[in-house]
Design a protein around this ligand. Sequence first.
Ligand SMILES: C[S@@+](CC[C@H](N)C(=O)[O-])C[C@H]1O[C@@H](n2cnc3c(N)ncnc32)[C@H](O)[C@@H]1O
Length: 229
Amino acid sequence: MDGQPQRKGNLNLAVPTLTAAQRSNLAPLTARAYTAWRRRSLTLLAGQPFDLRREERLFVAQCAPQRGEWWLDAGTSTGFYADVLARAGCHVLAADLSPAMLAEAARQRPHPHIDWAVLNIEDSGLPDARFDGVTVGATLNETHDPARFLRATARVLRPGGQLWLMYLRRTAGPVQGVLGYPAAGGLSFPDPAWVARQLPGCILTHGLTTGAVRFERHVKTAPEPHMPS
Ligand SMILES: C[S@@+](CC[C@H](N)C(=O)[O-])C[C@H]1O[C@@H](n2cnc3c(N)ncnc32)[C@H](O)[C@@H]1O
C-alpha cells in the first residue's frame, strides 16, 4: 500500500487472548488446507449450492467496489475477498494475524494492489476513517472478542464507507455449543441483532440468511460514539 503505514510488528503471538481457532490458523498446514475447505464451506454450511463465484457475485452486487477505493480485508486468510477487490481495481490491505495464511495468500493471489500485513484487527493501530470499505469473511466467528473486533472495523471506516460481513450466525445447535468451548475452538456464533447493536454508527442496508450463513452490508453514517474498549 504505497505511502501507507505498515504495521507488521505489533502482533504479539504469545498473548494468551487468542482463541484456539485463531491459534490453529497459525499452522502452515492449516494455511495450505484452507483454500480447499473455503471452496466448499458455504455449500456445506448454507445447506444449498453456494460456491465462491456466487459469494463474489453477491458481494459485488451489494457493495459495488469501485476502482481506486481503499479496502481492508479483515482476516483475509488466503485472500478471497482481497482478490475480488483487487480485480475490481481497489487498493487492499489484506490483514491476518497468521503469517502462514498470508504467505499462502501472497503465493496464490499475488497482485500489485494488495498489501499483505500481519495484524490483529482488534488492536491494529490503523488510523480512524482510513478505508472506503471493510470485508470480514467469517473472521467474526474466530476472533477473541467479536464486539471489540466490530468496533475496530467501524472505527477504520470513513463516514459513508461500507462494511461487508459474512459469518456463521447463532443457530443454538449442539455443535455450535461445543465449538464455543475454549478448548474446542472458542468460536463465537453471533446473532444478527447482537451484531447490529455493536455497530451503533452504522445502518444495515442488506441482510441475507441462508442456513447458518449470514451476509450483511452496513454503511457507516456517523463517527462511532466513544465506547470503552
Ligand atoms: C475463517 S478465516 C476467514 C477467511 C477469509 N476472510 C475468507 O473469507 O476466506 C478467519 C481468518 O481470520 C484470521 N483472524 C482471526 N482473528 C483475527 C483477528 N483478530 N485479526 C486478524 N485476523 C484474524 C485467522 O487467522 C483466519 O485466517
